[in-house]
Design a protein around this ligand. Structure first.
Ligand SMILES: Nc1ncnc2c1ncn2[C@@H]1O[C@H](COP(=O)(O)OP(=O)(O)OP(=O)(O)O)[C@@H](O)[C@H]1O
Ligand SMILES: [Mg+2]
Length: 510
């Protein structure tokens, strides 16, 4: 197969995997380690396996043709010789199927180890970790982890390969014996004068040729089976049902919300974890700004994930007006959200792309991109960059610029603000945690304007900011313990009041 076609086939299969992963609208793909490992194997081999399958089919076809032609030649002279050769080869073919199966199973099972190896090497070979690796002297430790994973993986695969070699050589004795019997028979016939020199020559040449081709046939057959095992897993993934409701049955998202977004006795556990949220009930009324506070691990970001439908509640309901959130068309619902995640992404694209990814309609709309940057306080630093909004970011690209932590966060904020015209629900999870006091002040100074007409959920550890909110929700150990205004919560002297006192006493402000 020509290189160009092979490249295209590899790219097509990888792109199909990307499309399918994109179709899977929640995070379940990444939460199930077994499935995740399989996906990594599918991805890492998507470039080779389909091409190798096509090549093997061609080779296999050619071998079959040759063997059939040789059998047809010998059959009229002596039908039992081709049959004998075939029968003595069959066990080899049968065993090689089983061995291919074990090899595939071991490859999938050891992909967690392969991932550990890649992880250890990538920590040392990518710039994200370079500072800590050097400062803490992590090199030898990572090398040790890399080799530990390698030897564990290698010992598993080596065992299967040794078994394969032993079986193949043992069974080749059988096929060689078949050949020897046939050879003996031909020689005997020649000695008895039953075969003329022409037939003897034909037989002996054909025997050698058949043996070689049968051996190749078995190798190709087992290779073919190995590639088919890959394709079987590949198509099982491609045909996986997604949990998303078909669009024709989905309800339209209310535009605008009338009663708002409500949690009704919502509990949630992560797929492999304990209960993270328990019996949570609250309402985000249209146009309201609600602050969500609580200690680390209380479950605040988990609420953002439920609202974004990256997970569905284990029990209870999330409603938008009178509709349950999972009845709504998922894309339409997500179009209504402008979210800054706590662990926001840093895309190695240009500055303007980093902003417009929040609303792809803006990709060529410079004034709107600038407006979003302005609202996020990003204008000043972007204008100082060599090519301003056109600057490529990310050091892994030629002339890519690197930003500070706060500057990246400003771009994440701008990305959310780029959606503000179409989104009704603004969700900000610690949106200014990396910003300097002046930038933070500027963002919140514009906040009222940005949040106008939107329903806003603002997660923050800086209690001074909660005064911008109409209401405050306090989460503790996965339970909603308080819900009220700043004044009412201070008056009731509970969890919020305690947190407030702590911040005001230590820093002199809330
Ligand atoms: N993907 C996940 N799988 C399993 N458990 C998770 C996952 N993400 C979070 N958790 C667990 O859920 C709990 C709540 O996490 P969450 O991120 O919601 O806390 P948080 O209130 O946002 O904390 P913080 O203030 O530190 O941001 C934590 O104990 C965490 O270990
Ligand atoms: Mg969080």
């Amino acid at each position: 197969m020509t290189g160009n076609l092979a490249d295209k086939i590899g790219a097509f299969f990888t792109s199909q995997l990307m499309a399918k992963a994109d179709e899977k609208a929640d995070l379940s793909l990444f939460d199930n380690p077994e499935f995740y490992d399989k996906l990594q194997v599918l991805q890492s081999q998507a470039n080779n396996e389909p091409v190798m399958l096509a090549n093997t089919i061609v080779l296999f076809g050619r071998q079959v043709f040759t063997v059939v032609a040789l059998f047809a030649l010998l059959f009229p002279i002596s039908p039992w010789i081709p049959l004998l050769l075939l029968v003595t080869t069959l066990p080899q073919a049968y065993i090689s199927f089983g061995l291919q199966q074990s090899l595939w199973k071991t490859t999938v099972e050891s992909s967690a180890l392969a991932r550990k190896m890649t992880y250890s090497s990538s920590i040392m070979l990518t710039n994200i970790y370079a500072k800590e690796v050097r400062l803490f002297g992590l090199g030898p430790l990572l090398q040790a982890r890399f080799w530990e994973a390698f030897w564990t993986m290698y010992s598993g695969i080596r065992f299967v390969r040794i078994r394969q070699a032993l079986w193949t050589s043992s069974l080749s004795i059988l096929s060689t014996s078949g050949n020897a019997i046939a050879f003996y028979w031909v020689v005997r016939k020649a000695v008895l004068g039953d075969f003329g020199p022409g037939n003897v020559l034909l037989f002996l040449q054909s025997l050698a040729y058949i043996q070689e081709n049968l051996a190749n046939l078995v190798t190709d057959l087992s290779g073919l089976y190995g590639h088919l095992l890959y394709m079987q897993s590949y198509f099982a993934f491609i045909n996986l049902q997604t949990s998303q409701k078909p669009v024709q049955f989905a309800k339209p998202v209310p535009l605008p919300f009338k009663q708002g977004v409500s949690f009704e006795k919502v509990s949630f556990s992560y797929p492999a974890g304990q209960e993270t949220l328990r019996d949570i009930s609250f309402v985000l009324k249209p146009g309201e700004t609600v602050a969500l506070v609580g200690e680390n691990g209380a479950g605040k970001s988990t609420i953002v994930k439920l609202l974004s439908r990256l997970y569905d509640p284990t029990s209870g309901l999330i409603k938008v007006d009178n509709y349950e959130i999972h009845e709504l068309d998922l894309k339409e619902w997500r179009d209504q959200l402008a979210v800054v995640f706590q662990d926001f992404c840093r895309y190695s694209f240009s500055v303007e792309e980093n902003i417009a990814l929040g609303n792809q309609e803006l990709l060529d709309n410079e004034p709107r991109i600038k407006q979003a940057a302005e609202s996020a306080g990003a204008m000043e630093f972007v204008c100082k960059l060599e090519s301003a909004f056109k600057t490529q970011l990310g050091k892994q690209f030629e002339e890519g610029a690197e930003l500070s932590g706060g500057e990246w966060q400003k771009l994440a904020l701008a990305r959310a603000f780029a959606r503000k015209d179409k989104a009704q629900l603004l969700i900000l999870d610690e949106p200014t945690s990396s910003l300097d006091p002046r930038s933070e002040y500027e963002v919140y100074r514009c906040f009222a304007e940005l949040a106008r007409g939107k329903t806003t959920l603002l997660i923050t550890h800086r209690l001074a900011v909660t005064r911008l909110a109409d209401r405050i929700l306090v989460l503790k150990n996965g339970r909603l313990v308080e819900d009220g205004t700043h004044a009412s919560l201070l008056a009731c002297n509970g969890e919020y009041a305690a947190l407030w006192r702590m911040q005001t006493e230590r820093y002199g402000y809330g």
